[in-house]
Design a protein around this ligand. Structure first.
Ligand code: PEP
Length: 251
């Protein structure tokens, strides 16, 4: 039996002003959610504090979509880990493919962000995944290995308690095209093997690996049913309460 944490995280991206945040959270709060699934929502920065307050009596966790690696300073427009901690946020998505592609976040920058998250006792949902060209040229395993080696694998074995992995093939994000359950399982198994090689079996067995890329209520059950898939990072479908709730209930 799989004893790892089951997790479904909604990546809201740059969507939902404050009233839309309350609306979506009201629907989630009123819904039946399974007790054995950790549910995470990631509203934009402007809604984080309000979302946390709105969910004070709920088990739903509020996380940030990003943060800067520095403690403070002249980084116009950026938000630090301590600022997130200050409004009660201790979980953050790092390395989403949109951050990598549109905001030039390199593996090196992400390694620094991971360190900052750990220093601030935060949980990092670390995203990685290949582009379509990498998969077509059969280079997807190498790319994923490189992203993990350069961005994450410098941490210590004990730090893995604060890490959730999210495999998100770029060609499946927001495209309506999902990796097949077999493709997801194949990569998740590969990644768990990499973690085992470096950090040992205990760590590898306990880390949750989420799949992200056009998950919806119709395909979630089959994807979540794969042995090494421990849940999902959900983009578009996280913005519709009905769909997100159905996905959370898909295990
Ligand atoms: C995402 O952006 O993390 C994502 C998985 O998006 P979507 O579900 O819309 O493909």
């Amino acid at each position: 039996m799989n004893m790892r944490n089951k997790i479904v995280a909604g990546n809201w991206k740059m969507n939902c002003d404050i009233s839309q945040t309350y609306e979506l959270l009201d629907e989630l709060k009123d819904s039946e959610l399974p007790e054995d699934v950790t549910v995470i929502v990631t509203p934009p920065f402007t809604s984080l504090q309000s979302a946390n307050q709105a969910l004070v009596d709920s088990d739903i966790i509020v996380a940030a979509q990003n943060m800067h690696q520095a403690a403070n300073g002249a980084f116009t427009g950026e938000v630090s880990a301590a600022m997130l901690n200050g409004v009660g946020i201790d979980t953050v998505i790092l390395g989403h493919s949109e951050r990598r592609a549109m905001f030039w976040e390199t593996n090196e920058i992400l390694a620094a962000k991971v360190n900052t998250a750990l220093e601030n006792e935060m949980t990092a949902i670390f995203c990685f995944g290949e582009e379509l060209g990498d998969r077509k040229s059969d280079n997807h395993f190498n790319i994923v290995k490189e992203q993990l080696q350069e961005g994450l694998f410098h941490i210590k074995a004990e730090n893995w308690e604060s890490i959730v992995l999210a495999y998100e093939p770029v060609w499946a994000i927001g495209t309506g095209e999902t990796a097949s359950p077999e493709q997801a399982q194949e990569m998740h198994k590969y990644v768990r093997g990499l973690v085992a090689d470096i950090f040992g079996n205990e760590v590898a067995k306990s880390v949750s690996i989420l799949y992200g890329g056009s998950v919806n209520p119709a395909n979630a059950k089959e994807i979540f049913g794969q042995e090494d898939v421990d849940g999902g990072l959900i983009g578009g479908a996280a913005l519709k309460a009905e769909d997100f709730i159905a996905i959370v209930n898909s295990f």
